[in-house]
Design a binder for this molecule. Structure first.
Ligand SMILES: [Zn+2]
Length: 598
């Protein structure tokens, strides 16, 4: 048994104090280490940078510690129980790290708990103590760690099966809101931290529908005996991270359903999609996972070509679940799907990188995007979701609506329940082919491992939907619905942001008008055709302009003023709307309901 203790003497200083009691340390000197990344977020984050004042004691004797590398330490030999003490600076308000101030505390175990090497399989106990200052008297605690000696939502003693379990149950502490509901008999709680207003009854009802949908999708019983949504509500923020029986979410205040609000706002729809996404991960990636993640090696990058399946398939079903459980209607769902198509089509990166490559290189590309990302990489979330769509509808087409991707997921789940084995690079392809008793190897290979355009027209026609392509109406146009009035015939090939009376170029499209004129990301446009212009004015002029027209642009690069001659080029038709027709209505209905024929 490894015993951890974590507290804070003064949350306002942002430090957690941690103690570890190791009963039988390695007689040659105990090694300790902290993860360099957190599962689900594929980037080296070097959590050890926030660890300070590491000390070790053998009884009353202070031991020397040798640092082996950035996140590994070796303590001098100790013949009896070893005590380790350190502090962790916690000021990362994200779902991936640790944060502590006078308003609340939050941490992932990957940020605060050193692993005791050689004893990682031992059960752990963690005593989570309430901070001792006056302002924290009303604080409660929320975590899915197993309580050993702690009241519901109380500080106290918690347990974990092993180190891997210990770091997969984030902890929130503070004066938070609690909403309880049951889904298929399993208790669920939503924890809301921060300043917010919310129609709690509606949120509970809607999340209950989503959770029950996913549990029934994979089949009862659910692989959890309770579940927590830990939601940090902020002015402007978005993010989520999946765990085995909880999820940490960050959302903006306006994305929660407001008291009296009846409709599903775009922001609330996005939030429901995020909750649905993370909950689906309870099966897809937290249990069914690539062989490479069994177990996670948290010291360095772990490569997988399969994130398109674990993030993409999850992204496909997150929104699909919203229509399947009646929270949004067909128009709303098709709008979301068209926006995903638009996101993929707009980036030239789709012609440069397959989703398998995007998955493999997530560490240095998807998670480290710069101003040129749209030209060079493709999102394994967005394109992965469309690949899932293509596979799903293709399977329905070839089987006369008897078999779908739903069965593939259920089979993967059953296989995990039976053997716990990881998913190989070709497991999903093999499963699709064997369920259909057909050879879809080429079709799947093309989708996953090449940069060929997705067969969206052909696939959508199977469910009676036309894929309509048009130019973007303006910068805010995400696709999915008709613009007010006809869109422009020409485009700048640059994404602009208004700043201090000027227009900053955030990114340029490769081969676009702006890049051909010599403009680049970071330039600040001060005049177009000798006039200072707002973004709205430029967008209005684009609507009236014709291809071939010349614009003179004055822009600062660093502190030097330059003049550029820009020739407008025809707008690309990469903005998508999905238009349901009269044909194949039954197929469409079955797909959107998740129904298959017996
Ligand atoms: Zn995800």
């Amino acid at each position: 048994m490894i015993r951890y203790q974590i507290t804070s003497h003064n949350p306002g200083t942002h430090y957690f104090s941690v103690q570890i009691q190791i009963e039988t340390p390695n007689p040659d000197g105990q090694c300790l280490r902290l993860p360099n990344w957190i599962p689900g977020s594929y980037m080296i984050r070097d959590f050890a940078k926030n660890l300070i004042t590491l000390e070790a004691f053998c009884g009353d004797e202070k031991l020397s510690i040798t640092q082996l590398d950035k996140s590994n330490w070796q303590v001098a030999p100790c013949a009896q129980a070893l005590r380790v003490e350190y502090r962790v600076y916690a000021k990362d308000l994200s779902v991936r790290g640790a944060h502590l101030d006078h308003t609340h505390g939050y941490y992932n175990g990957t940020s605060v708990f050193l692993e005791v090497l050689g004893q990682s399989d031992l059960p752990c106990e963690v005593l989570i103590e309430k901070p001792v200052t006056d302002t924290n008297k009303k604080w409660a605690l929320a975590t899915t760690l197993k309580p050993i000696d702690a009241e519901a939502f109380g500080f106290g003693l918690y347990g974990a099966e092993d180190y891997d379990d210990l770091i997969d149950h984030p902890v929130e502490m503070g004066e938070f809101g609690k909403i309880h509901f049951e889904a298929c008999g399993v208790p669920h709680d939503i924890i809301l931290s921060g300043v917010y207003r919310c129609d709690e009854k509606r949120l509970a009802q809607d999340l209950k529908s989503i959770c029950e949908h996913h549990i029934q999708f994979f089949g009862e019983p659910a692989p959890i005996d309770r579940y927590l949504f830990l939601v940090m509500v902020v002015g402007d923020g978005y993010g989520g991270l999946e765990h085995r029986s909880s999820t940490s979410l960050m959302c903006s205040r306006d994305s929660l359903p407001q008291p009296g609000q009846k409709d599903v706002s775009e922001a609330y729809r996005t939030f429901l999609g995020l909750c649905s996404h993370e909950y689906f991960h309870t099966w897809n990636v937290k249990r069914i996972k690539p062989v490479a993640y069994q177990p996670y090696a948290l010291q360095q990058e772990v490569y997988s070509e399969l994130l398109w399946a674990f993030e993409g398939i999850t992204s496909y079903y997150d929104d699909l679940a919203l229509i399947r459980c009646g929270l949004i209607d067909e128009n709303s769902y098709l709008e979301l799907l068209a926006q995903t198509m638009t996101r993929v089509q707009r980036g030239l990166g789709r012609t440069r990188q397959s989703v398998a490559e995007s998955s493999f290189n997530t560490w240095t590309k998807f998670y480290q995007q710069d101003e040129n990302a749209q030209n060079t990489i493709v999102s394994y979330y967005a394109k992965g979701a469309l690949i899932a769509l293509c596979i799903d509808i293709k399977m329905r087409e070839l089987s006369d609506s008897k078999i779908s991707l739903d069965q593939v997921m259920r089979n993967l789940w059953q296989a995990w329940c039976d053997t716990g084995a990881g998913v190989e690079v070709d497991t999903i392809q093999r499963l699709v082919c064997s369920l259909l008793d057909a050879d879809l190897d080429d079709f799947m290979h093309q989708l996953i491992s090449t940069t060929a355009e997705l067969p969206l027209d052909e696939i959508m026609s199977v469910v009676g939907i036309d894929v309509f392509r048009r130019p973007a109406a303006n910068q805010k146009d995400k696709g999915g619905k008709s613009p007010n009035g006809p869109p422009p015939n020409v485009e700048l090939g640059a994404f602009l942001k208004e700043r201090e009376g000027c227009l900053e170029i955030l990114r340029v499209e490769e081969g676009g008008a702006a890049q051909m004129a010599g403009l680049s990301a970071g330039d600040t446009i001060v005049a177009v055709n000798s006039l200072r212009q707002t973004l709205a004015q430029i967008e209005q002029q684009l609507k009236l302009a014709q291809a071939g027209e010349q614009w003179t642009i004055h822009a600062f690069r660093r502190d030097e003023l330059h003049r550029f001659e820009l020739k407008l080029i025809p707008a690309q038709r990469h903005t998508i709307e999905l238009i349901p027709g009269r044909k194949n209505r039954q197929n469409r209905r079955a797909w959107l309901k998740g129904a298959t024929k017996p």
